[in-house]
Write a protein that binds this ligand. Structure first.
Ligand SMILES: [Zn+2]
Ligand SMILES: [Zn+2]
Length: 322
């Protein structure tokens, strides 16, 4: 049986603390150690001490995804404890020093019709935490479907994209417990982050479609307990899946009605919903709207036309089926 303990770790982000998890079976393993800040190091060290574990006892670090609130301390644990780091292949490039998150998404911002001023606003909203970077050695690349073994149990890696394309969840089959990272949270809906296709960088991944597919998997798995990357545990996984599906269904419905008589860009749609948001939140808003319009387009419910490189969307006219 695996012994899994939650350690809330301080982050400077509006989301609040990130949940790091210690698997206290040999080899001692941390899932998502937290961001690379002095406060996070302190909360992690104190949390481990209260569980009778020293930082140097950590042999493995598993990252659910590359976001800095989850991944930043991985390299530090590799340095001070020699911990091996496990991460999905699609997150590797995002954890290198040269990785330029916005450059990779520039063509999507242009397609969204984003004004230069708004793009500048995003770029000027610098991350309070330095870029998370993997060490040169000691990294194991995952694809999903691996069994990571412990004395007394195992965690199965599950590739669950939609929030980040290389996002994994970890399943303890015996305890029917899912370590879910940011795939599903109790009180907020994870952002379907805009992602280029790692095979063809000019194309956008169908993030909402991927996410809804993951919800189907989660519904079938029906874990007894979900341990999320932020906030409280989820003890009714079917209810959480239902709520997440409803959120997106409502949003798709609302978007379709806005597009009824208008032919508008993703940036205009985003401003319709979020007139006041600033900085990095503009990126999150654009990501969310793109995820939804891409989904509606794939379902043939809206049409797209291009005008000066900007995609304009409108509800499909014609007969509606009952
Ligand atoms: Zn995240
Ligand atoms: Zn997070």
């Amino acid at each position: 049986m695996l012994e899994i303990y939650k350690i809330p770790v301080h982050t400077p982000y509006p989301v609040g603390p990130v949940n790091s998890y210690l698997v206290k079976n040999q080899p001692y393993t941390l899932i998502d150690p937290g961001p690379e800040t002095a406060e996070a190091k302190q909360s992690l060290a104190e949390g481990l001490t209260s569980l009778g574990v020293d930082l140097k006892d950590i042999s493995r670090v598993i990252l659910t995804h590359s976001h800095s609130d989850h991944s930043g301390l991985a390299r530090w644990l590799n340095e001070i404890a020699g911990a091996r780091i496990y991460v999905h292949q699609f997150e590797i490039r995002k954890l290198t020093l040269d990785y330029d998150f916005y450059q990779e998404r520039l063509s999507f911002f242009q397609e969204a019709g984003m004004p230069t001023e708004a793009l500048k606003e995003i770029l000027n909203d610098s991350d309070p935490v330095g870029k998370p970077v993997l060490p040169d050695t000691g990294v194991t690349i995952l694809s999903g479907g691996e069994a990571l073994r412990f004395e007394g149990g195992a965690l199965l890696t599950m590739h669950m994209p939609g929030h980040s394309d290389g996002h994994i969840c970890l399943y303890d089959q015996e305890g029917m417990c899912l370590l879910a990272g940011d795939f599903i949270l109790k009180h907020i809906t994870p952002n379907p982050n805009m992602e280029p296709d790692p095979i063809n960088f000019t194309a956008r991944l169908p993030t909402l479609n991927q996410y809804l597919g993951g919800l189907d998997l989660l519904e079938n798995l029906n874990p007894r307990l979900i341990l999320p990357g932020h906030g409280n545990n989820i003890d009714n996984s079917r209810e959480a899946v239902k709520k997440a599906r409803e959120h997106h269904r409502e949003r798709l419905k609302a978007l379709t009605s806005v597009l009824e008589n208008n032919s508008i860009s993703v940036y205009q749609l985003m401003r319709f919903y979020y007139p006041q948001i600033k900085g990095f939140e503009i990126y999150l808003g654009i990501s969310e709207v793109f995820a939804h319009v891409d989904h509606l387009l794939a379902e043939d419910r809206i049409i797209k036309r291009k005008s000066s490189g900007v995609s304009l969307f409108k509800k499909k006219s014609g007969c509606s089926s009952g």
